[in-house]
Each structure stands twice: as structure tokens, then as C-alpha cells.
Design a protein around this ligand. Structure first.
Ligand SMILES: [Fe+2]
Ligand SMILES: [Fe+2]
Length: 135
């Protein structure tokens, strides 16, 4: 069962970014399935690690495009990325130290974590890139 599905409402209008968002959603679903299947802590930590690595790659793609096309909010957007990475790394540390159990709350957090950013910051960036004829 997937907890997070792609829909056109999530599209930011830039193909490369949409494809990467779809992949991030896949990572969250895979993590969800692992928790649902009761996989051990090491496996879940490894999947979270994969999600973080792909997120770093994805954010660097967006940052490169924002700088290339001189998007005026690029600094604020980059700070948003840094904050998101801080939150998810913190979550990873808490899981590792076992101060936070892996619960549905954690998965809901990850879903909201990505969704809010896509629907607000990334959509605005996409509109700007579209105005610069990047699709
Ligand atoms: Fe972003
Ligand atoms: Fe994004």
C-alpha cells in the first residue's frame, strides 16, 4: 500500500523536477512499506539514508537551476532546503539513538515535509522557470 501518490496537482511544470519529486515520493513509499512489513531498524535506517542522499541530489538540481536562471528567491529557497535537510537528519539521528520509535507519525511527518515544500516553494520556482521558458 502506498501512502503517498503523485498527482498532477503536484506538478511544478518542469519535467526534470517533477521526475525527481516522483522518485522522492517512491522513496517515502518504500520506507512506509518497510515499516509496515516490520523490517528491522537497520533496514529502515538504510532506507532513510537513501532518501536523504536522493534529497540532497534533488535539492542541488533545483539550486543549480535557480542560480542559472537568476530566480530572485533562490537564497530563501536554498535556506528552506537546508532546513528540510536539518529536520530529516535530526529524525535519522533520533531513530538511530532510539529516542524516537519509527511510527506512522514519522511517516506522516516525511510526507508533509515533502508535500508542503513542493506545493509552496517549488511551485513558485516552477512558475518562474516556466516564465524563462524552462519546462
Ligand atoms: Fe525546493
Ligand atoms: Fe523539490
Amino acid at each position: 500500500m502506498t501512502i503517498f501518490e503523485w498527482s498532477n496537482e503536484l506538478s511544478v511544470g518542469v519535467k526534470e523536477i517533477d521526475e525527481q519529486h516522483k522518485r522522492l515520493i517512491d522513496y517515502i513509499n518504500v520506507l512506509h512499506d518497510a515499516v509496515e512489513a516490520g523490517e528491522n531498524r537497520e533496514s529502515v535506517e538504510k532506507l532513510l539514508d537513501d532518501l536523504i542522499k536522493y534529497t540532497e541530489f534533488h535539492f542541488s538540481t533545483e539550486e543549480r537551476m535557480m542560480y542559472q536562471y537568476l530566480y530572485v528567491s533562490r537564497l530563501a529557497h536554498k535556506e528552506g532546503h537546508e532546513h528540510l535537510l536539518f529536520q530529516v537528519r535530526q529524525l535519522q539521528q533520533d531513530l538511530h539513538k532510539q529516542t524516537t520509535p519509527i511510527t506512522w507519525g514519522v511517516l506522516d511527518f516525511l510526507k508533509a515535509w515533502l508535500l508542503d515544500h513542493i506545493l509552496h516553494a517549488d511551485k513558485l520556482m516552477g512558475e518562474y522557470l516556466n516564465s524563462r521558458r524552462v519546462f
